[in-house]
Design a binder for this molecule. Structure first.
Ligand SMILES: NC(=O)c1ccc[n+]([C@@H]2O[C@H](COP(=O)([O-])OP(=O)(O)OC[C@H]3O[C@@H](n4cnc5c(N)ncnc54)[C@H](O)[C@@H]3O)[C@@H](O)[C@H]2O)c1
Ligand SMILES: N[C@@H](CC=O)C(=O)O
Length: 488
C-alpha cells in the first residue's frame, strides 16, 4: 500500500484519544477482496475495553456539549477539509478493503465529507419553540439538547459515508460518538479517527472500537450510559440490536436492507430507462441498499427493454477496483456463492438467463453482471435483498398490478418510477409503500435529504434536518409565576 500519508493506515482501535490494542493481543486479518491478500490486521478489543470507550465518551460529553455551536462547527469544517485534503489516500484504503472501483471510492469520500459540512451548518438551526401558555403567568417552550453517548454500527459496503452520515449529525448536535465499523472494512473508519484528531475534535468525542461484533453489540446495547444506538446494516442485525436496546430503552435509528422496485412504464425513452436501470442495479457491484433489485417493465416494451438493458450491462468492465473498471469484486466468496444460488433458483422456477457468463469472472470473488428475465414473486431474487450484480426483470400489464407487486416485500427503503405521465407518477408515488421514491432519475441521495425506509427497512431518518433530530432530545420547560403583560 502506497499512501501519501502512511499515518492514515492504523491497525489499532481509537479510544479516548489513544490508539489502543486489544489487551489479549487478539486480532483479525483484513483481506483485499480482489485477490484475497491480507492488507493488515484489525485489533480485537476485550469487553472491558469496549466499556472504556463508553466511559471516555461519557467523560468528554460535558465539555463538547457546552462548546458553542460555532466552536463545534469549526472542528467539523476542519474535519471536512482534511477529508478532501486526504481524498486520494482515503479512496485507496477504501478500494483495498472494500473492493469498489477507485472512482467510486473517490466519489464516496466527497459524498461522506458532504454530511460533515452539512451538519456543521444545520446544527445552527437546532431551534426550540415558544408555546402560547394555557397556564396563567407562565412561559412555556422547548429547547433542544444532545441525546448523549451515541453508538453507531456501520456496514462494509459504504465504509466512510455511513459513518459520517451518523457521526456528522451526532457531533454537530453535541453528542460524543462510539463507532463500530464492519470488521471487513475497519481501516477507512480508523483513518477517519486520525483525521478527527487532527481536526481538533477532543479526545473521547470520536471513538472507533473494533472487536467481535456480537460481543461489542451486547456490551454497548446493555450499557445504560449509551443513550442512542444507530445501525446501518442488515435487517437481521437491526432486529437483534432493537431487542438488545429495549432493556435500557435507548433511542434507536435503523437504516436496514432494501429490495427496491424499478418500475418502467410504456411511455418512456426505453434506452434511457435501461441505461438508468443498469446504473441503479450495478453500482457497488449490486451491494447497495438502493440497488434496483426488481425491475418491473410494461409488457408493451418488455422485449426492447431487455435488449437495451443487456447492451448497457455488457459494456460494464469487471476487475480489480484499482484498475479502470465499473464493477469490482464482491466482498467475499460467500457472496459469490449466494449469487450463484439465486440464479439457480430463478432458473429452476422458470426464469430466463439473458446474459451473464461466470466463466469470464476474473477471480474467485467476482461475479459477472447477470440479467434474468421472467422473474416472478416465488423466486429468491424477488424476495431477498440480493446484494449481488444479478438483475431480475418482471413483466407487468397495469399500474395497480405493478404497485401491488412492488409492495409485495417486507422491505420499504427506496423505489424508482420511470414514466412521463404525471398522473401515473403521482399514483405510483403515493401507492408505493417506501420511504423514498425517485422519479425519472436514479440519483436520489445526498446530505440534505431525509434518507430512510419504512416496514422492515428501518426506523428514523438520516441526513437533512430529520437526521440532526435523531441526536437531539426535546426538553419542555414551564416557567411559572412570571410577570405577564399579554395574558399568555
Ligand atoms: N438503509 C441503508 O441506508 C443501508 C446502507 C448501507 C447498507 N445497508 C444494509 O447493510 C447490509 C450490508 O452490510 P453488512 O453485511 O455489514 O450488515 P450487517 O448487519 O451484517 O453488519 C452491520 C454492522 O453491524 C455490526 N454488528 C453488530 N452486532 C452484530 C451482531 N450481533 N452480529 C453481526 N454483526 C453485528 C457488524 O459488525 C457491522 O459493523 C445490507 O442489508 C444493506 O442493505 C443499508
Ligand atoms: N447508496 C446508499 C447506501 C446504501 O447501501 C446511500 O447513498 O446512502
Amino acid at each position: 500500500m502506497q499512501l501519501n500519508d502512511p499515518r492514515l493506515f492504523r491497525q489499532l482501535a481509537y479510544v479516548g484519544g489513544k490508539w489502543t490494542a486489544g489487551s489479549q493481543g487478539s486480532d483479525e486479518p483484513v483481506l483485499d477482496p480482489a485477490n484475497g491478500e491480507v492488507i493488515g490486521h484489525c485489533t480485537l478489543l476485550e469487553p472491558e475495553q469496549i466499556t472504556d470507550a463508553v466511559t471516555a465518551a461519557e467523560e468528554a460529553f460535558a465539555g463538547w456539549r457546552s462548546m458553542t455551536v460555532n466552536e463545534r462547527a469549526h472542528c467539523l469544517h476542519e474535519w471536512y477539509r482534511l477529508l478532501h485534503e486526504h481524498k486520494e489516500d482515503l479512496a485507496q484504503l477504501m478500494t483495498l478493503e472494500q473492493g469498489k472501483p477507485l472512482g467510486d471510492a473517490r466519489g464516496e469520500v466527497d459524498y461522506g465529507a458532504s454530511f460533515i459540512q452539512w451538519f456543521a451548518e444545520e446544527a445552527r438551526r437546532a431551534y426550540g419553540t415558544t408555546i402560547p401558555s394555557h397556564i396563567p403567568n407562565a412561559a412555556l417552550g422547548t429547547i433542544k439538547e444532545p441525546v448523549g453517548v451515541s453508538v453507531m454500527f456501520t456496514p462494509w459496503n459504504f465504509p466512510l459515508a455511513m459513518i459520517t452520515r451518523k457521526a456528522g449529525a451526532a457531533l454537530a448536535a453535541g453528542c460524543p460518538v462510539v463507532v463500530k465499523p464492519a470488521n471487513e472494512t475497519p481501516f477507512t473508519a480508523l483513518a477517519l479517527a486520525e483525521l478527527a484528531e487532527r481536526a481538533g475534535i477532543p479526545a473521547g468525542i470520536f471513538n472507533v472500537v473494533t472487536g467481535e461484533p456480537a460481543t461489542v453489540s451486547e456490551i454497548l446495547c446493555n450499557d445504560t450510559r449509551v443513550r442512542s444506538i444507530s445501525l446501518t446494516g442488515s435487517t437481521r442485525v437491526g432486529k437483534l440490536l432493537l431487542r438488545q436496546s429495549a432493556s435500557s430503552v435507548k433511542r434507536t435509528s435503523l437504516e436496514l436492507g432494501g429490495n427496491a422496485p424499478f418500475i418502467v412504464c410504456d411511455d418512456v425513452d426505453i434506452d434511457e430507462a435501461a441505461a438508468h436501470a443498469v446504473a441503479a442495479k450495478f453500482q457497488t457491484a449490486g451491494q447497495d441498499c438502493l440497488a434496483a433489485n426488481r425491475i418491473f417493465v410494461h409488457r408493451r416494451i418488455y422485449d426492447r427493454f431487455l435488449e437495451r438493458f443487456a447492451v448497457h450491462m455488457k459494456a460494464l468492465k469487471v476487475g480489480s477496483g484499482m484498475m479502470e473498471v465499473d464493477i469490482g469484486p464482491l466482498i467475499h466468496k460467500r457472496a459469490v456463492d449466494t449469487a450463484n444460488e439465486l440464479v439457480e433458483d430463478a432458473l429452476e422456477k422458470g426464469g430466463r438467463l439473458i446474459a451473464g457468463d461466470q466463466s469470464m469472472a476474473p477471480g474467485a470473488n467476482f461475479f459477472m453482471p447477470t440479467l434474468m428475465a421472467d422473474v416472478t414473486s416465488s423466486m429468491r431474487i424477488f424476495r431477498e435483498e440480493n446484494f449481488a450484480p444479478v438483475a431480475g426483470v418482471c413483466l407487468f400489464d397495469d399500474d395497480d398490478e405493478v404497485i401491488r407487486a412492488a409492495n409485495d416485500t417486507e422491505y420499504g427503503l427506496a423505489a424508482y418510477v420511470y414514466s412521463n405521465d404525471v398522473r401515473r407518477i403521482w399514483k405510483m408515488m403515493r401507492g408505493l409503500d417506501y420511504g423514498m421514491v425517485s422519479v425519472n432519475t436514479m440519483k436520489m441521495t445526498g446530505a440534505p435529504i431525509p434518507f430512510g425506509g419504512v416496514k422492515q427497512s428501518g426506523l428514523g431518518r438520516e441526513g437533512g434536518h430529520a437526521g440532526l433530530e435523531e441526536y437531539l432530545d426535546t426538553k419542555y420547560y414551564c416557567l411559572g409565576n412570571m410577570p405577564s403583560y399579554s395574558g399568555s
